[in-house]
Write a protein that binds this ligand. Structure first.
Ligand SMILES: [Ca+2]
Ligand SMILES: [Ca+2]
Ligand SMILES: [Ca+2]
Length: 349
């Protein structure tokens, strides 16, 4: 018995009841019911499909609103769910799982199939959508439908596979660092990876990133310039993060230990700002005097003390940044102290 209440495009049948007899043997008046039976031998067809995603990436993993919308050409048996699945060159069933419980007809013609997306870290370029087993109200099964190359799948995160630098040591003379990076797949060139050093480079050391530039979709260069150094040598690891591939999957963080040595910068230490001096430069007889802010390159040099007539009275060697001079019993007057090119005056009261 066909359903009633809607029009089929298919032909209709007439129901005839002729020569029937009731249980008492009475003839029943012949009856003729026009167009009461419907013959539906026609299989339903899918006429359109669309999805909430073109590419499956990490960005939609775990979301619960990933679906495919399917439109049929005739009213369907909404109790009978079609099978909606994807087929690629490699198995995608683990990554794209049909959520039958959530899926259903939104009206008699339209079915919405929900999917759970899992991150299997794979890339499959072309995936077909397949729809089968939908049934119309006469239980005619649908024509199997295939949409070839319907979506792509990329849940594989990109990696840095090579890092090349012009040097691994920076100092006041060799202060330019050029780095080239290679990635294992094409990257979104609108996004620059973030570069950090570990330990962080902090004042007084200043390392400026001069530029960062994509050369191709899978290679990038960047350069740094050491503007000022610190007093002590420091070894740094380099870390890269936050780039993405074309599907929007984030870069696997990459770290190279012992990547960069920033040498202690002799030229930029405190002695440059504090000149070598005697402290104090006026003393009483027999008192010691300190020579302070001795530059690194003066260490181990001779300190010579002359009287105002130019006679050498005393000689010693510098030690560290500071040297104490014990003056012998010198009489009052002006004395001259020499170390390398420096000439300083000492007054003894
Ligand atoms: Ca039909
Ligand atoms: Ca992934
Ligand atoms: Ca990828």
């Amino acid at each position: 018995m066909g359903p009633s209440g809607y029009k089929q495009l298919n032909s209709t049948l007439d129901l005839n009841c002729i020569s029937a007899v009731d249980r008492n043997g009475n003839m029943i008046i012949d009856s003729l019911y026009m167009n009461r039976l419907v013959s539906d031998l026609k299989h339903p067809e899918v006429i359109s499909s669309s999805s909430s995603f073109d590419i499956i990436s990490d960005q939609i993993v775990g979301a619960n609103d990933n679906y495919v919308e399917i439109e049929f050409n005739e009213p369907m048996d909404i109790e009978s769910q079609p099978l909606v699945y994807f087929e690629g060159s490699a198995n995608v069933n683990g990554s794209i799982q049909y959520n039958v419980l959530e899926s259903g007809y939104t009206d008699s013609l339209n079915y919405r199939a929900y999917f759970q997306i899992l991150d299997e870290n794979i890339e499959i370029d072309s995936i077909d959508l397949k729809i089968a087993l939908g049934a119309d109200r006469s239980q005619n099964s649908q024509e199997n439908k295939i949409y070839p190359v319907f979506i792509k799948l990329d849940t594989k995160n990109p990696s840095i596979i090579d890092i090349v630098a012009n040097t691994n040591t920076l100092n006041a003379t060799d202060n330019l660092l050029n780095i080239s990076l290679s990635f294992d797949e094409p990257m979104d060139t609108d996004i620059q990876p973030t570069i950090n050093y570990n330990p962080l480079i902090i004042s007084p050391v200043i390392l400026n990133q001069n530029n960062i530039q994509w050369i191709t979709e899978d290679s990038l260069t960047t350069s740094f310039e050491l503007i000022s150094g610190g007093q002590n040598q420091q070894l740094h690891a380099i870390e890269f993060s936050e780039g993405t591939d074309l599907a929007g999957n984030t870069l696997i963080e990459f770290q190279e230990e012992s990547f960069l040595t920033i040498e202690g910068a002799v030229e930029i230490n405190v002695n440059q700002f504090e000149p070598i001096a005697l402290h104090p430069n006026i003393i009483g007889r027999g008192q010691p005097v300190n020579l302070v802010n001795i530059p690194h390159e003066y260490q181990g040099s001779e300190i010579k003390l002359y009287n105002s007539a130019g006679k050498l009275l005393y000689k010693t060697l510098t030690e560290n940044q500071e040297s104490q001079i014990i003056t012998p019993q010198l009489s009052s007057g002006i004395y001259i102290l020499k170390i390398q090119q420096e000439t300083l005056r000492l007054i003894i009261l």
